[in-house]
Design a protein around this ligand. Structure first.
Ligand SMILES: [Zn+2]
Length: 159
């Protein structure tokens, strides 16, 4: 994915959803310019709801966005519109929603000892987070997530 985000304090849910979409989204409370510059230098775009950042003249306009809504889905719509984000099946569920790590594919044999028995029986494709050691698999939970993400792209685009 071509864009990556530094997501400020109070926007934890937004960070999670950006990760589910496949975007690199670091969640961190940013209170000073030194911390912020470290991320901007690496190409991270800063998303915040703290209005004092609006007064900061040193912030490059294209590397910063002030999130207006306090509802998560509206926030997603704002970011999607503003940065022209894409919904790409290849990238959905490619990152751990808890810690931002890129997930790795695991085969059934490796996974079976670690997941509930019925899950091992009905699924063949698994993903694994090397950082928090979580296993992920397709299912109704994932379908709900995908539907929610799709709604961010299809609604709310009225002028
Ligand atoms: Zn993780």
């Amino acid at each position: 994915m071509d864009k990556k985000f530094l997501v400020d304090f109070m926007l934890g849910k937004l960070a999670k959803w950006l990760r589910l979409l496949g975007y690199d989204a670091v969640y961190k409370s940013i209170t000073n310019m030194v911390d912020l510059e470290r991320y901007l230098d690496q190409g991270y775009i800063f998303l915040t709801r703290r209005s004092d950042w609006l007064k900061n003249k040193k912030l490059p306009k294209d590397m910063f966005y002030f999130v207006q809504s306090n509802k998560t889905q509206e926030q997603m719509r704002e970011i999607i519109r503003h940065f022209n984000l894409k919904l790409d099946k290849k990238y959905i569920f490619s990152r751990c929603s808890c810690c931002n790590t890129i997930l790795v594919e695991k085969n059934k044999e490796e996974v079976i000892p670690h997941v509930p028995e019925y899950i091992g029986k009905i699924h063949n494709r698994f993903k694994f987070c090397p950082t928090c050691k979580r296993f992920y698999w397709p299912g109704t939970h994932r379908e709900r997530i995908e539907a929610w993400l799709k709604a961010c792209f299809t609604e709310g685009h009225r002028p």
